[in-house]
Design a protein around this ligand. Structure first.
Ligand SMILES: [Fe+2]
Length: 169
């Protein structure tokens, strides 16, 4: 059927098989994941810039790999919020406010940077695990998958960083 030239076009209603209230809950879970990823991105990149000492090269390289991956996932998570029907949060102030990850203004030594990042990656992985459970319950398999993949990455970084400071057996 042709659209009337005089009638404004209705925006398409959304039906992906998940209720609006459930989609709102999903957007909230994704929003927390986005905030944590954004704050961790900034922290990891700051450590990449300012690390010094004998571990410079390994920390510098590892943090580069991490922040590139985090940047890509920021985009994926935010766009998933759009796909479930909501606007993504945007401001840095809001990310900082809703993230569990805390910013780091000081420049700790390399071992302390590693310790902090291990803790942050583990905390984000744990928080994502709860989000995956909720996404599964709401039958959003794509969000559950996306966040599950993120858990794998955060746990991988936690392991790699931990291995840098572990004594060999
Ligand atoms: Fe760099």
């Amino acid at each position: 059927m042709a659209l009337s030239a005089t009638k404004p076009q209705q925006s398409a209603t959304m039906d992906i098989g998940i209720d609006r209230s459930d989609r709102a809950k999903l957007a909230e879970l994704l929003g927390t994941a986005l905030a944590n990823t954004y704050v961790l991105y900034a922290k990891v990149q700051g450590f990449h810039w300012n690390v010094t000492g004998p571990m410079f090269f390994s920390v510098h390289k590892s943090t580069e790999e991490q922040y590139e991956d985090l940047a890509q996932s920021i985009d994926e998570i935010a766009e998933r919020i759009r796909a479930v029907g909501f606007k993504s949060p945007t401001t840095l102030a809001r990310f900082i406010q809703s993230a569990d990850v805390k910013e780091e203004a000081s420049n700790p030594d390399a071992a302390e940077m590693i310790r902090m990042l291990v803790q942050d990656h583990e905390a984000v992985a744990k928080s994502l695990r709860a989000a995956v459970e909720e996404a599964d319950r709401l039958e959003d398999v794509f969000t559950a998958d996306l966040l599950t993949a993120r858990i794998g990455k955060h746990e991988q970084y936690a392991w790699m960083l931990r291995a840098m400071v572990e004594k060999s057996a």
